[in-house]
Ligand binder design. Sequence first.
Ligand code: ADP
Ligand code: ASP
Ligand code: MG
Length: 416
Amino acid sequence: MALIVQKFGGTSVADPDRMRAVAEHVAFTKRHGNDVVVVVSAMGKTTDNLISLAAQVSNTRSGREMDMLLTTGERMSAALVCMAISDLGIDAVSFTGSQVGIITDNKHGKAKIIEVKGDRVREALAQGKVCVVAGFQGVSNENEITTLGRGASDLTASALAQALNADACEIYTDVTGVFTADPRIVPQARKLAHVNFDEMLEMAGAGSKVLALRSVEFARNHNVPLHVRSSFTWEPGTWVSSKEPGMEEPIVSGVVTDTSEAKVTVIGVPDRPGISAALFEPLADANVNVDMIVQNTSKEGTTDISFTMPKADMAVAEQIVARVAAEIGAVGVNHNASISKISLVGAGMKTSPGIAAKMFRVLADNGVNIEMISTSTIRISVVCSAADLETAARCLHTAFGLDSGQAYAAPLPERK
Ligand code: ADP
Ligand code: ASP
Ligand code: MG
């Protein structure tokens, strides 16, 4: 008998009809002789709505109370999906992250998993029950409820799959797999049958939401193959695993777009040792994930420093940057939330020179101005204006030979 972990994202459980469809699929899997552990996200936009609700009652929003609040979204889905499964005559039981023993550190909002105990899941499975686990959450060593970061129900699924030694970890979402680009932005995107962990890691790190970064890190470190597929069509999707790229793999395997970051520029910074440390140390201490950094050449002893960071961390960062700018005697601070980051990712780029030059030429020919550039061995990223996102993604997708020749045909559910 196989043990299958099935994770369903927010759009997959967005309303009662979707929940019943999910329950049918879980029941089908169980009736075919498998043990099933279901991991669910909060319904639709529940997490975003809870965050904005919190913002309406508080300016401070302590991490502990945010986690108490946000975990209710997943808990609600777990109980409802469990009821829907039970109604189909399948014995099912729901659990919170804490109940299944997902033990984390105490960093509210971005907690790291220390251990997955899983005893209650094992017991329930042994009694023939389907387990429905609330994703995205755990409990700290100090017995506090924690969340694992946005999108982290994917991480709950891969961590449970590893702890339970599952035979498969299926990540059900609202597109039919991992594509060469987000099909919502590039309709010509092509479905990939297989992506290796390193490429998926770069794609997730560059901002592709289809799998949360930490779930890919975890899956790679523990060698848990993931099958990303659709809960709307149920067709086979994309395997993410440790398979090495073959001889004939394309140099560029995907174009990644990200609109979740903002750009901050500190203007007129004195050009002397210690300034960057003074700026970035307090941001790191506040857990702000700074991404790209550019320091301009110095003119008359001063320079400008620009960096990108998640828009979600802007409120925290704004105060820190304003304070540091005043302390170091900078002229001012600029914020720009209307940016997008476009990245090319591909294992073949390691051994192929000229990809960056071609990328810049294609963008220039299409009138896209590049504001920042960063690279890794298998990724090149540029920051441009948000208004240029679609043009940039589509022209690069075409220029690097990725177009599928037909527009994405499966339904693209509206993200309520
Ligand atoms: P879920 O709620 O199921 O976790 P997410 O919103 O986190 O879903 O991820 C699915 C979305 O990821 C898709 O709707 C799609 O718009 C987006 N996406 C971004 N890049 C890709 C890609 N390369 N392949 C497929 N989907 C992508
Ligand atoms: N509900 C959480 C979020 O929106 C976690 C998840 O969906 O995986 O980030
Ligand atoms: Mg997701």
